[in-house]
Write a protein that binds this ligand. Sequence first.
Ligand SMILES: [Zn+2]
Length: 233
Amino acid sequence: MSEQVEEFQTYMVVVAHPDDAEFGAAGTMATLTAAGKKVVIVQVTSGDKGSGDPDDAPQAVAARRESEEREAARRLGVAEVIFLREPDSEVLPDVRLRERIVRLIRTHKPDVVITHDAFRPYALHPDHRAVGLVTTDSCYPAARDPLNFPQHLRDGLETHKTAELWFFGAEVPDRYIDITPVFENKVQALLAHVSQVGEEGPFRERLRERAAEVAEGQEFELAEAFKAVVFRR
Ligand SMILES: [Zn+2]
């Protein structure tokens, strides 16, 4: 890990659906927890529409996917998974949701927040766009400024400045994490999402090819990449 990453202690990963955090950043999370860093995952929806079977009950789908997410997080050494249980495919980047995310930022005080890139052009799932946007707006300036959601301060929380925001799935990444040593951890975390991933062998191969593509031009074999926004330095 770079020295820049070394200085940070607490990471919050905010995603739309169970498995998004693992696709985007499982290798990074495994690397961080192995280095003794604290990682918290915030799951905005529980993926209750993530089934191809029209007879599936959304509540049952959500329960299955929450338990898959807990297992994936356990395999990565993630300290905590928080489920906000917003409705799948209906997430809006509004002030109501911003308040919920800001409360979590003020509670856990992450140095780095990792989320979807809402600014990537075209073909973005609406929940990915909404979660990326509302998370960005929550970090800056909402969590920082005391007149935003002052009820949090009355509840004993403090304002918080996030140092960096990292977007996965970015069109123009500028931060690369070497996941070569932990690649199998990423595979195992994703395989915990039994209802979402296909056959293990071809799945592992596709993931490896993708991680190798991302690492092109780097000095390591397999990577995850992010666009980093630095708020203070
Ligand atoms: Zn998703």
